[in-house]
Design a protein around this ligand. Structure first.
Ligand SMILES: O=C(CO)[C@H](O)[C@H](O)COP(=O)(O)O
Length: 228
């Protein structure tokens, strides 16, 4: 699979979301950060805004639910127009049932792990998922420094994906920029969320292209791109 770059609207201007979506034309997905001020200490947006945004852009929505009670809410984001819904392992009582519900409603099912949550207890669940998100910052805010200590977890997850022969996408989110994306790609990530590194520039579409070129180069050099 070719690498994918998903700009995070957490760093966009929330009063102009439709225009901000147009500013990243060429991006693979638009990463929508849903925060409830309980699971994370920040509050952003919910179902009605996702519904409006899905009508305002042709870029598919990659909704990252940083909320409690994810089992209850995840299917509603599919109904609101999300093409991919990510729930947190730490906030989901029944990840298999929730992933199956997301898929049954026609979206891609994804699970996220906070930095302190290991991948190993979830190995048997991986076939139920279309994507695994490894947080490379503590979730809640954009503009944080990338956590290098997550690179071994990315490597171990890539090895598990290869071991089981899965078509699972491996996403990283938090502090992904021109100076960190190559390390993530070398470690095995293939879907990259970037907020400030895209929306913090004068030309967000050009930033997407540059990040894509860097990640593609690093993935090819690492030599694992062709086997999945
Ligand atoms: O999920 C998130 C924070 O919880 C954001 O998607 C992430 O932090 C993106 O912002 P940046 O690229 O500036 O780190």
């Amino acid at each position: 699979m070719a690498v994918q770059i998903n700009p995070s609207i957490l760093s966009a201007d929330f009063s102009r979301l439709a225009e901000e979506a147009k500013a990243v034309e060429g991006a693979d997905w638009l990463h929508v950060d849903v925060m409830d001020n309980h699971f994370v200490p920040n509050l952003t947006l919910g179902v009605p805004i996702v519904e409006s945004l899905s009508r305002a852009t042709d870029i598919p929505l990659d909704c990252h639910l940083m909320i409690e009670d994810a089992d209850r809410w995840a299917p509603q984001y599919v109904e609101a127009g999300a093409g991919s819904v990510t729930f947190h392992a730490e906030a989901c009582a029944a990840p298999v049932r929730t992933a199956r519900e997301i898929r049954a409603k026609g979206a891609r099912a994804s699970m996220a792990l906070k930095p302190a949550t290991p991948i190993e207890p979830y190995e048997d669940l991986l076939p139920e998922l279309d994507m695994l998100l490894i947080m490379t910052v503590e979730p809640g805010f954009g503009g944080q420094a990338f956590l290098d200590i997550m690179l071994p977890k990315i490597r171990r997850t890539r090895e598990l994906i290869s071991k089981h022969g899965l078509e699972l996408w491996l996403q990283v989110d938090g502090g992904v920029s021109a100076s960190t994306i190559e390390r993530c790609a070398e470690a095995g990530a293939d879907v990259f969320v970037a907020g400030s590194a895209v929306y913090g520039t004068d030309d967000p579409a050009a930033a997407v292209r540059m990040l894509r070129d860097q990640a593609t180069g690093a993935t090819t050099a690492a030599g694992w791109a062709c086997d999945h």
